[in-house]
Design a binder for this molecule. Structure first.
Ligand code: PLP
Length: 469
């Protein structure tokens, strides 16, 4: 499989190259030249397979010769053995045709583990083959940093630097990052906000010399390998409910649009998907876009579901690319307008094409809390605040179409958000036993000033790629 940039001005690359590159050189996002199609029998044949084997089958056409046959099966086997549930991504039923897909059984209790556990192993192997080292630098408001640290800890080809805003992440989130003892992991508490951390990250990636010397690599959700790893649970969960012989809809708590884009890709591969429901919190740019056709940036509001507190949904560019007939000139025009005037508008035909497959439902904090309380009252099931926005969207869909099952993605474990859960149901969810040690383990982090040069110097002193250069 070859990959092209949505902006049409970067070279066409193979899987292993886009795995290591992340963002395309023209600022675009890499996407496959075409989506591989699964025959109905191939989809039906996923029934009953262990998750790791289903994953290897589904990913094979995307990775091609980079990880052929047994190599891919070994990687998926190793990645998913780190999950605490034998099914990896099990379904729970909480109502008539209403299902929750539990994506939080990985090491950091958030769905990002599903893709990151595989990405870390793939990157390490690709680097070993090329005799290279890489330096991963990431900014996090919580979940991404912990998932990246867990995925890359102890790997000998990669050093990881995670910037988080000092004293502005939750106790559990910070300890998930700072109690990791591996020497290739460096947590940086930045004297600043998450926006400052992101600004520093962007500046580091723009510095061509620094990028080259350190072999900088990104692991945020614009990396195609993350998106494609997420297509797997759309297929396995729909098959468990009768696909390809019966369609399902999906409700997806959305921030950067990476997760729901994976659902769109699964549909293009041949999975019968009735509707894709974009669930947002008060940061509802996508819901507004579907309503009005105008994609318009506003400030970010903090909510109970912080991993969805995002202003720019980067992966929306990939959907737009497909909806605009894969015309890179139109993408460049839209993204240019976004840079210049913080908005772009969709032509009526494009908006209609998106609406033919997607709905959006935004929930404010009050509605999210009410959903957690309602689901607990009716079924005893405890949703986290992200998952609750999805279940709320799912219920709205079921009121219109009760006959098609809706699978709501539960993207985080409730124990990550004990205050929000206590406010909704009057009790705190216990931290799973295997995470208890982090509450008392020794923490290791460095506090660094909000200053690009200081952060760059900190990384340069510690990254092994810098020593080799
Ligand atoms: C990252 C995240 C999301 C949003 O996923 P996107 O792919 O960015 O849309 C939702 N819920 C949780 C818990 C997350 O960590």
């Amino acid at each position: 499989m070859r990959y092209i940039s949505t902006r049409g001005e970067a070279p066409e690359l193979a899987f292993e190259d886009i795995l290591l590159a992340g963002l395309a050189a023209d600022g675009g996002l890499y996407t496959p030249v075409s989506y591989p199609r699964l025959a109905r029998e191939e989809i039906a044949g996923l029934a009953g397979l262990p998750y790791a084997r289903a994953s290897a089958r589904i990913l094979a056409p995307f990775v091609g010769e980079a990880f052929a046959g047994p190599a891919l099966a070994e990687l998926t086997q190793s990645a998913y053995s780190s999950f605490r549930h034998a099914a990896v991504a099990p379904l729970a039923q909480i109502g008539d045709n209403l299902f929750v897909l539990e994506l939080f059984h990985g090491p950091t209790l958030a769905f990002k583990d599903v893709a990151m556990q595989l990405l870390g192993r793939m990157m390490n192997e690709a680097l070993a083959r090329r005799g290279l080292r890489a330096t991963i630098v990431g900014a996090t408001s919580g979940d991404t940093g912990a998932a990246a640290i867990e995925a890359f800890r102890g790997l000998d080809r990669v050093d990881v630097f995670i910037l988080y805003p000092h004293e502005r992440v939750s106790n559990v989130q910070r300890r998930q990052m700072t109690t990791v003892a591996d020497e290739n992991i460096h947590t940086v508490a930045l004297r600043g906000s998450f926006d400052h951390a992101q600004a520093i990250l962007k500046a580091l990636f723009r510095d061509a010399r620094f990028r080259g010397e350190l072999g900088l690599a990104g692991v945020n959700s614009i990396n195609w390998a993350r998106v494609v790893a997420q297509t797997v649970y759309y297929l396995t969960s729909a098959v468990a409910l009768g696909a390809p012989f019966r369609a399902a809809s999906f409700a997806v708590p959305t921030g950067n649009f990476g997760d729901i884009l994976a659902g769109f890709v699964a549909k293009r591969m041949g999975l019968p998907v009735e509707r894709l429901l974009i669930a947002t919190n008060a940061n509802d740019i996508l819901a507004r876009t579907l309503m009005s056709g105008a994609y318009e940036l506003r400030g970010v509001t903090p909510t109970l579901s912080p991993s969805m507190d995002i202003q720019i949904s980067s992966n929306f560019e990939r959907l737009l690319f497909d909806m605009l007939g894969r015309d890179p000139a139109q993408i460049r025009a839209a993204m240019g307008s976004l840079d210049q005037s913080r908005r772009f508008s969709l032509a009526p035909a494009t908006l209609a094409a998106i609406r033919a497959e997607f709905d959006a439902c935004s929930s404010n904090d009050e509605e999210t809390t009410a959903e957690i309380a309602r689901t607990f009252r009716e079924t005893g099931y405890v949703l986290d605040p992200h998952g609750a926005t999805g279940v709320r969207a799912a219920r709205r869909r079921l009121a219109e179409d009760p006959a098609t099952p809706v699978i709501a993605l539960a993207t985080a474990h409730p124990a990550k958000f004990p205050d929000a859960i206590e406010a909704a149901i009057g009790r705190r969810p216990p931290l799973p036993e295997h995470l208890e040690p982090i509450l008392t383990a020794r923490e290791r982090f460095s506090i660094v000033d909000n200053d690009v040069a200081k952060v760059a110097a900190f990384i340069r002193e510690r990254a092994r790629a810098a020593r080799a250069a």
